[in-house]
Design a binder for this molecule. Sequence first.
Ligand SMILES: [Mg+2]
Length: 257
Amino acid sequence: MKLKGCIDCFLLDLDGTVYLGGKLIDGAKDALARMKAQGKVIFLTNNSSATKKYYVDKLNRLGIEATEDNVYTSANATADWIMAHKPDARVYLLASPEVTEEFISAGVNVTDIQPDTVVLTYDKTLSYDKLVKACKLIAGGAYYIATHPDMTCPSEDGYLPDIGSTILLIEGTTGIRPHLICGKPHKVMAECILSRTGAAPSRTAMVGDRLYTDMRFGIDSGIRSVLTLTGETDMAAYLSSGLKVDKIVNSIAEWDI
Ligand SMILES: [Mg+2]
């Protein structure tokens, strides 16, 4: 598939694609400058443990120019979906204080009093008390949303438990899976970001390292899929996955765009 010169909007995963932990992928800065010369650049991350501001600060520290307009997380997609589809929802939110502030700023009614909706983020301040309350609400019929499905989060110390592990814990307790998952590969993230950028899916590229989130997201949403081998996936894993992406690059630095 011809992609060169045909992309107006670049959606970039962060961990494993632009940086690995605290280190920029070699050549990423020049690659991002080439993308910016051609279209919009949005950093699209499932990691809902941090805010847009956190990612902007991290990118800037690594020498990458970005503002909050260039960052969109699965928490942002979840807040946008709630405001579009359930604006009156009373939300019990499992999230860090900073991410909670982001939901409130987006207009979401975050409350401990008679919630009818539970929203689970990748909450690094998760406590047993929060889990007990969430399980009781979910078992009692609350609408249950998870920001994204990732089982693990890559770090310098190896893989950390991400939200998927918490989803399994809640399922083990209540027998209930989330009624809605927003982040990659799910459609909510695609609908929200495409409505923000206004770019056609066929002229949008999802560049990422993870098959079951980034690449599945592109394939299922009609967005061009570009797999980078700097993170989780090697060629053997790709070949055995059965997925067919539009392009494979060793690193974003090697993509001639
Ligand atoms: Mg990644």
